[in-house]
Design a protein around this ligand. Structure first.
Ligand SMILES: [Zn+2]
Length: 294
């Protein structure tokens, strides 16, 4: 009994769950490292993991949750090829296939060393698994499978926030759920370094138009929401790019004064500590993108 109560306590401390007995979404959220989310979908008799986090402790927490739920892991679905979503894969104790697109597999293969090199803080980099893997099963756009009356569908949105953004649509009875990866970083500063911010915005507009109005949106970072969080993300992209464009129009070199102004504007838009270092990280890419579109 004590062990059961302890398990319940641990699950409720680190995880939140929404849903019914034959369909539940468990969310692991790390407010200390980038507001990262990992989701575990529980059906009547199976589990499906969506993304695997960045650190050893993220993946170990998922292993514990899977153990406590005592159902087999049917598959792991990857939303995109950024290291904070796939590094935990090698630590997940399962032989379940890891599903994603060819583009996601390619991004991991080509950029893993670069992404790892961006972690210059040794304390943080020591938390990241040394062995990192990608998808083991490549699936095409609109790949679909059904388990225990729950349907999973892949939608390939192409380059945007990453070099290939996939969202996984999950349908249970009349409810719709969209696991959108980093197409939405809810209430967090954005990562623009892939260089496809215009396409990213187009993907968001497409989602806003096509998703059922009552779809629950599960972002790669930040809080779960409705379709309003798609619009928030569009507004973030517009505000960032419009601010940089306005500064560039003045014809000055983009120096420290301009950078400080951008940081001021973006922290007005999104106050508090919301991965603020990303405001500067993204700047050279956005300047480059804007100079090619104007
Ligand atoms: Zn991410």
């Amino acid at each position: 009994m004590f062990r059961f109560l302890l398990t319940v306590f641990l699950i409720c401390t680190y995880f939140s769950c929404i849903g019914q007995t034959d369909f539940q979404v468990h969310r692991y959220h790390d407010p200390n490292i980038g507001f990262i989310n990992i989701y575990l979908v529980e059906t009547s008799n199976h589990l499906v993991l969506i993304d695997a986090g960045l650190t050893n402790y993220h993946a170990e927490a998922i292993n514990q949750l899977i153990d406590s739920l005592d159902k087999p892991l049917h598959s792991i679905l990857l939303t995109h090829g950024h290291i904070d979503h796939y590094a935990g894969l090698s630590v997940i104790e399962s032989k379940a296939p890891i599903l994603s697109s060819k583009g996601v597999a390619q991004e991991i293969e080509q950029n893993d060393t670069y992404y790892m090199s961006r972690f210059t803080n040794p304390q943080l980099s020591s938390l990241i698994p040394k062995t990192r893997i990608g998808p083991t099963k490549i699936v095409d756009d609109n790949y679909s499978f059904k388990i225990d009356h729950v349907r999973f569908n892949s939608h390939n949105m192409g380059a945007g926030e990453s070099l290939d953004d996939i969202y996984w649509e999950v349908t249970h009875k009349k409810t719709k759920h969209a696991f959108v990866g980093d197409l939405v970083l809810n209430q967090m500063h954005a990562f623009f370094q892939s260089g496809y911010s215009e396409n990213w915005k187009k993907s968001l507009i497409r989602l806003a138009k096509t998703l059922h109005p009552k779809t629950t949106i599960y972002p790669g970072h930040g809080e779960i929401g409705g379709k309003d969080i798609l619009h928030w993300q569009i507004k973030y992209i517009d505000t960032y790019k419009a601010t940089v464009a306005e500064l560039l129009k003045k014809g000055n070199e983009f120096g420290e004064k301009e950078r400080a102004y951008l940081i001021d504007q973006m922290t007005d838009f999104l106050p508090g500590e919301r991965a603020n270092f990303l405001i500067s990280w993204s700047l050279p890419t956005i300047i480059d993108e804007l100079s090619h579109t104007n």
